[in-house]
Design a protein around this ligand. Structure first.
Ligand code: PMP
Length: 416
């Protein structure tokens, strides 16, 4: 689809059939049935414009990115810089230098945890997380705590899967140096009140990190409006290729942080005795980056802008409400978590049926959903579970696909 086919404010006329034609994989069959992709929280499918951008990069533009050596190096450098610009504008960062490219959310959170354990965190300091975090926003902080002597505190969620804001506020204090919280829970779909949580954390002077892996595909993100210090996300969940993600960080904070990995590009002068380091963002980008994937991320952002983020959010909200209503009607099915605001995912279990078995039966009908821990064991344990089934939705899914899922679940439930 060309950009002109998607007016900027297209909420009432969201043409999902046209959008689906933009995604080649959605045209394929699985086990003789149309593929019903309900696993976008694990990774989103890629529109043709993103695939074409990566192909064009390798066919026409491939080079390592050291400006000034030859023309293709300039072209590749421009592709990489343009992608950084696109991300900066997409997040409403103040400058493009606030965007550090990484492999994805996991690497971004590891980067921050490692940097903070070398600079910000001291023995007795506190790192505050929520109970709904992905392992990628728990384990790196455990490393940081072990290295620095800081301790981890955890803000609880209630039976609906919503954060208990008063408990979170009580946990904030003068020792809280870092607050690292998910934007949207990948296991329950809870949209966290990140703006309010950030304001509260700022009152005690904490550095606020947002894990945006599930947030950015479903909500407009304005880092200045949220007021956070860092926002981390993965390109592959945002319809872009694997191997690229970004960490937004406030300019003055990046400036104060020491380097992480050492190597080419992150240095100014090197002798065997001593090295001096480049300014951010390059200081944190040692080695050859994923240039083609970065260009693909830029193309994904252009594509999303051409549809309109408001139109996407509006369509997805209605689709998710419909899916929740229908899924809940299936006999013997229990939805886990009923948060006030939900984004992207619905988690459930079926009485007497192992999750993996249900997932396999759905797969046989061409329906791809995830079954398992979703790399979020603590929040499942909070609900007395080790795993759930988790269909997850994007703007290319339809009510008809929800109907196919629900009908198939009814059949599975009836056969027990
Ligand atoms: N945080 C959340 C909330 C996630 O859903 C995921 C991916 N499942 C991650 C972090 C890790 O993302 P990635 O695997 O792309 O690094």
């Amino acid at each position: 689809m060309s950009q002109n086919d998607h007016p900027a404010t297209a909420a009432p006329t969201f043409d999902v059939a046209a959008i689906r034609r933009d995604f080649p994989i959605l045209q394929r069959q699985m086990h003789g049935k149309p593929l019903v992709w309900l696993d976008s929280a694990a990774t989103a499918q890629k529109p043709q414009v993103v695939i074409d951008r990566v192909v064009r990069y390798y066919e026409q533009e491939n080079s390592n990115i050291h400006r000034g050596t030859h023309t293709l190096a300039e072209v590749a450098c421009d592709a990489y810089d343009d992608a950084r610009d696109s991300v900066a504008v997409f997040l409403n960062a103040a400058t493009q230098d606030e965007i550090v490219f990484v492999r994805g959310t996991t690497e971004g959170l590891n980067l921050l945890a490692a940097l903070f354990s070398d600079s910000l965190l001291k023995p007795g300091d506190e790192i505050l997380l929520t109970q709904a975090e992905h392992h990628a926003n728990i384990v790196p902080w455990q490393f940081a705590a072990k290295k620095s002597g800081a301790v981890i505190r955890v803000a609880p969620v209630d039976d609906n899967g919503d954060l208990i804001l008063a408990a979170y506020e009580r946990l904030l204090g003068p020792r809280t140096k870092v607050v690292s919280i998910t934007h949207i829970s990948n296991a329950l779909g809870t949209v966290m009140p990140i703006r309010e949580m950030t304001q509260m954390a700022k009152r005690v002077g904490a550095t606020v990190v947002i894990d945006g892996a599930q947030g950015i595909p479903h909500r407009r993100v304005d880092v200045q409006d949220i007021g956070c210090d860092f926002y981390v996300f993965s390109g592959h969940k945002l319809f872009a290729p694997c191997g690229i993600g970004a960490v937004y960080g406030r300019h003055e904070l990046w400036q104060q942080l020491p380097p992480w990995q050492g190597g080419g590009s992150m240095v100014q002068q090197v002798t065997f005795e001593h090295s001096t380091y480049a300014t951010p963002p390059k200081r944190f980008e040692a080695g050859t980056p994923a240039v083609a994937s970065a260009a693909g991320l830029g193309a994904a952002i252009d594509y999303l802008n051409s549809i309109g983020l408001e139109a996407i959010e509006h369509y997805e909200t209605e689709l998710l409400a419909y899916a929740l209503e229908e899924i809940r009607k299936v006999n013997g099915l229990r939805v886990i978590g009923m948060p006030k605001e939900r984004g992207g995912v619905i988690s459930f279990v079926m009485d007497g049926l192992p999750d993996l078995q249900v997932a396999k039966l759905l797969d046989a009908q061409g329906i791809a959903v995830r079954a398992g821990t979703h790399c979020a064991q603590p929040i499942l344990a909070r609900f007395g579970l080790q795993s759930t089934l988790r269909p997850s939705f994007a703007f290319y899914n339809t009510r008809e696909e929800v109907d196919v899922l629900v009908e198939t679940l009814r059949g599975i439930s009836a056969r027990r």
